[in-house]
Design a binder for this molecule. Sequence first.
Ligand code: HEM
Length: 532
Amino acid sequence: AILPTYAEAQGSGGETHQVAGGDIAPLTTQHGIPVADDQNILKQGTRGPALLEDAHFREKMFHFDHERIPERVVHARGYGAHGYFELTESLADVTRADVFQRIGERTPAFVRFSTVAGSKGSPDLARDVRGFAVKLYTQEGNWDLVGNNIPVFFIQDAMKFPDLIHAAKPEPDRDFPQAQTAHDNFWDFISLTPESMHMIMWIMSDRTIPRSLRTIEGFGVHSFRFVDSEGKSIFVKFHWKPKQGLQSVVWNEAVKINGADPDFHRRDLWDAINAGDFPEWELGVQLFDDAFADSFDFDILDATKLIPEELVPVRIVGRLVLDRVVDNFFAETEQVAFMTQNVPPGIDFSNDPLLQGRNFSYLDTQIKRLGSTNFTHLPINAPKCPMAHFQQDGHMAMRNPKGRVNYEPNSWGPTQGGPREDPVRGFTSFAETVDGPKQRVRSESFADHYSQARQFFISQAPSEQKHIGDALVFELSKVERPDIRSRTVSHLIHVDAALAETVADGLGIGLPEAAVAARAPIDDLPPSNSLS
Ligand code: HEM
């Protein structure tokens, strides 16, 4: 038999190479050198060993070998899109932030939605919090509002964040389960952390299995500050309200969707934007002053509490529209670096001990994840307003200061001396008076862990309450250690007695007697509580 030549064996026309010409650009190396053959390694003879001299092969394989960067330590799975924020009501009376001055003005935006606990390849419909991170490229620098779809959080103090996340992620010896909630370590931590009870009610509700990323709310969670041009300040909570309405699926649907299409949420967002069905959210603010803060039943610095909208109505001041998908997922969605400490003049932090810790964490994590102090040189992270500073060098520096001067003060005069401080337009912190000894304590005003959990539960429709009960039974039935189940039910007794009974029944355990005895007198509880 006559064997075919290699070219014949390659099939139609015997063409083994697709070549450049006409409108088709030549393939090049990273250094721009045109490549003649991208199919074969350089070798001695036709069947000999490869040669070290093959710079094209070396470059191609080296680059491939380094393609992966660490996934985010939390919120690893996410999906982003571009759009804009448009101001519909001026807030010039309460903040000097440029983005809130001129009605009708549009500010470019990038938004990344995410789940918290799963890895980068985890399914979209996990029962989990959704991250709702917004980067607004304002004319006074980037403002990152790094929020979630739930208005409260698990913990009050940043010191506990590594413990919370360790407990929520897969267990370290076996590296499973992937799911945030259904395992001993997570519920062990929760059962020993009563401040998480309010968040647990939200997590077990339908909110954590959204129908679409287009149908979730967003919350800044913490109390922030607005500061006006005279240095006066009021507190503000930020809300994103979906024009598409709030929609969730039920657990059985979520399980099926995860199996059939683990990319369900990202596909839905991509398809909607490409079809011109642009998702939109209203930006709402709750504004309150120090007098309200002092009179409120809870501490406004406690991120496990919300400010009821009946007490402080949400004022709608703008809209966020997502109208463009990314050109490249890695360059934009993966490399975008959100940081809570990015706030423009006119917006400031409160002393919320969770927010204060976050402000430290996000810069650290970006350097680890993106690998260089110059991650702001990436187009997705670069401000879209004029900027000038004397920071220089480091890996991948693309924006070193021009000219001779890279320090200040200097005496090089107005044209050569580079940028100067701007005491009028520049960022100044709100001059809050703070007093007291340096110490590690939790304020007594952070002590009530159950009232808002109860208010959330009883505000739900009966079908939604049933879903919360079902979710708790389902999750806790996956917990092996009886003491963890029992300890969790003990907390539920203080939230809603009927719920605690339902869960205990579902788990086939009795109500822990000590917790029943310790429960607040029935007169102190809202009427829906049936245990006496
Ligand atoms: C992401 C830390 C609490 C919302 C992250 C990341 C870290 C982190 C290290 C990964 C960032 C990256 O690699 O790009 C912390 C710490 C917290 C905390 C230390 C508490 C002390 C919160 C809270 C919220 C939140 C309360 C919501 C209000 C987010 C979101 C992302 C994120 C949305 C994803 C950002 C993105 O899409 O790139 N957090 N976090 N975090 N965090 Fe937090």
